[in-house]
Structures are given as C-alpha cells and as structure tokens.
Design a protein. Structure first.
Length: 276
C-alpha cells in the first residue's frame, strides 16, 4: 500500500488521518502541521508518523493531501514547489489530493508549475461526519488521474464513510450540500431541543429526543424510495400536530430560508477559492 501524507491536522485533516490509520497500517500515514505540538500529539494517538516540515511529508508519501485553509494555500504551495520539482526530476510519482474548498485542480498545476509533469490532482470534499466513519466524500471527476489511483485512494480512506464522484460542473453544488448541511442540521436540531425545553422537557431529554428523531428519520429516508414530500405526508394526519407545525414553518418561510442558505453558500465557495 502507498504512503499517504496530510498537510495540516485541523478538523478535516484529523478526520481523514484517523480514517487512514484505521484503513491501512498507521506506519504508512504521515502528518505535519504548522502547530507541531498538536500534530505530534495526534500522531501519538494514531500511532502514525509526524514530520516537522511540509517538504518532509511530501518526500515521504505517494498521496499528498492538502488540508489547509484556503487563505494559507498559496504560501504553502510556494513553500513546497521546489520539493515537487525535485521529486518530478527524480521520477518519483506524487498524487496531489485537495480538500481545500473552492480551489480548482488547475490552481495546483499553476502554482506548483506542474504543467507537462504528469502529476495527478484529485479534488475531493469530505464532511465532518468522517470523524466517526459516517462521512461522505465527493470526488471531482478528472482526467489527470487513473481509475486505479482513485480506487486506491478510496481504499485508503474507506473508514471515513461513503464516496461518490461528480463531473466538475456539478462538484461545487454537491459539495455545498454535503459539507454545509451539518451546520444547518445542527441549528435545526438545537431549535427542536429548545422547543422541547420550552414545552417542559429537561435539556438532556430534549437534546436526545430531537437527535433520535432526526437519526431515525434519516435512516428511514435512506431506505425508502418514496419522495421526501410523501414521507412528510405520512406523518401529517389531517389537522394533527405535525400538520399544524408544518403550516407554521411554511408561514415563516422555512423552505425559502434553507434554499437561500444553500444558494448563498454556493456563491461563497467561488469567493474563498480565489488565491490572494
């Protein structure tokens, strides 16, 4: 199995590194982080390797996963450009994987001066549920990498959750749904719990009941071929509490608020991907 390196060990870097250490031998996983103490602590917990510099991580790995914030990417790429040039000159295959929101694969080719050097770039976007192995990772379809390389990468991170691939024209739309929806669902769940407390439940009870309701509903949705609207109707008996609540949500613009939130998040993806 090929070695994989993670440049950055923030929330998503940690989630993916944890999955990799479960899927392959931790000795084949390399971490680096600008905050070395944090990175070293994570490496100790996972039983994998920690190196002090991004260059060392790249030299040690076959797959190189960039897990840095968009605003820091340009400086990181400038720093490691000589390392990629050295590896290319030596005939060492490196496969770049990007989880950086809004940044296209062409950015890596341009900033690292990889044109004509046959360095595959795989663009993905995971979500936070990868932390518990229940995440979802979207892969942008591209012609710079082979199916074998994609399959191997999926195998390494199989413990993170599920995968799907999308053409470039749909990739951002898909990633906006998978990556931002946890925040929206958390807000909805917390609102349900607040309502439960308002109606007399203790906080821990309201939190548990709200989350159990969401979890069970999602599992039901995934196992059913019915339209989501039909599944909603199954709960809404005539003049019943659920139907009254649905009317209140409709009156206050619930659907349009959710749609607008996703549309605005989509627009922001393009903005944050522009390197300064």
């Amino acid at each position: 199995m090929k070695t994989i390196a993670f440049i950055g060990s923030g929330t998503m870097g940690t989630a993916l590194a944890t999955a990799a250490c479960k899927g392959i031998d931790p000795s084949e996983v390399v971490l680096t982080d600008v905050v070395s103490e944090k990175g070293m602590q994570l490496a100790r917990e996972l039983g994998c390797n920690f190196v002090m510099t991004n260059g060392e991580a790249i030299e040690a790995a076959h797959y190189v996963v960039f897990c840095v914030k968009p605003q820091f990417l340009k400086s990181v790429l400038e720093e490691v450009k000589p390392v990629f040039a050295k590896c290319a000159a030596a005939g060492e295959e490196k496969i770049i994987v990007s989880i950086v929101a809004g940044v296209e694969t062409s950015t890596y080719v341009k900033e690292l001066e990889l044109e004509g050097k046959n360095v595959p770039v795989i663009r993905i976007l995971p979500n936070t549920a990868c932390l518990i192995g229940k995440g979802f990772i979207l892969i942008e379809q591209g012609d710079s990498y082979t199916k074998q390389q994609e399959d191997e990468f999926r195998y390494i991170l199989r413990e993170a959750g599920g995968f799907d691939s999308l053409p470039a024209s749909q990739f951002v739309a898909g990633t906006v749904l998978t990556s931002t929806s946890p925040a929206f669902i958390a807000m909805f769940a917390n609102s349900l719990a607040d309502a439960g407390v308002y109606n007399g439940l203790l906080r821990y009870q309201a939190r548990r009941y709200a989350l159990e309701g969401i979890l069970g509903t999602v599992q039901l949705f995934l196992q059913s071929e019915k339209h989501l609207e039909n599944l909603k109707d199954d709960v809404c008996s005539p003049a019943g509490p659920a139907m009254i609540g649905v009317k209140t949500l409709e009156d206050t613009g619930f659907r349009s608020s959710v749609i607008n939130a996703v549309v605005d998040a989509y627009k922001r993806f393009d903005e944050i991907g522009k390197l300064k």
